[in-house]
Design a protein around this ligand. Structure first.
Ligand SMILES: [Zn+2]
Length: 141
């Protein structure tokens, strides 16, 4: 199956890139990778990271993190054809390389669904789970 091949490829790239992730050296435990797939090809790879420009509200100390899904969408802005099918794959691996939960947060899910994503496939503890976009799944040609 083509999708199986894509998932294996996403895992392989995540394992390869995990060690070089910029947040790794900061001891960040939750390294996420997001892949955008269209026409059976990975067209974008996103990662979670610190925002280059932080907007901090008065009285709040937290900076802003860019989630992997947002990064993937931004990197696909010149290649993703919104009128055609596309889906997303999320991967999170722990230090031992084992698959861990990478379900998207509600904000990333909403943004991606609004942009017409068919479905998101994400790692869970040693496996995969899929959420379909109820508004777009099977609608497009
Ligand atoms: Zn998110």
């Amino acid at each position: 199956m083509k999708q199986d091949r894509i998932l294996r490829e996403c895992l392989r790239i995540s394992r390869e890139k995990n060690l070089a992730h910029p947040l790794r050296s900061k001891g960040w435990k939750y390294i996420h990778w997001s892949f955008i797939i269209q026409d059976e090809k990975i067209i974008s790879v996103g990662m979670n990271r610190d925002a280059a420009i932080e907007v901090i509200l008065p009285g709040r100390k937290d900076g802003r993190k860019i989630h992997a899904e947002q990064d993937a969408v931004r990197r696909a802005r010149n290649t993703l054809q919104l009128s055609k099918h596309w889906y997303m794959v999320n991967v999170r691996l722990n230090k031992k390389g084992l698959m861990r939960n990478s379900a998207p947060c509600s904000r990333c899910r909403s943004i991606s669904e609004w942009l017409g994503m068919d479905r998101i496939i994400f790692t869970i503890n040693e496996g995969w789970a899929t959420w379909l976009n109820p508004y777009e799944h099977r609608r497009k040609k």
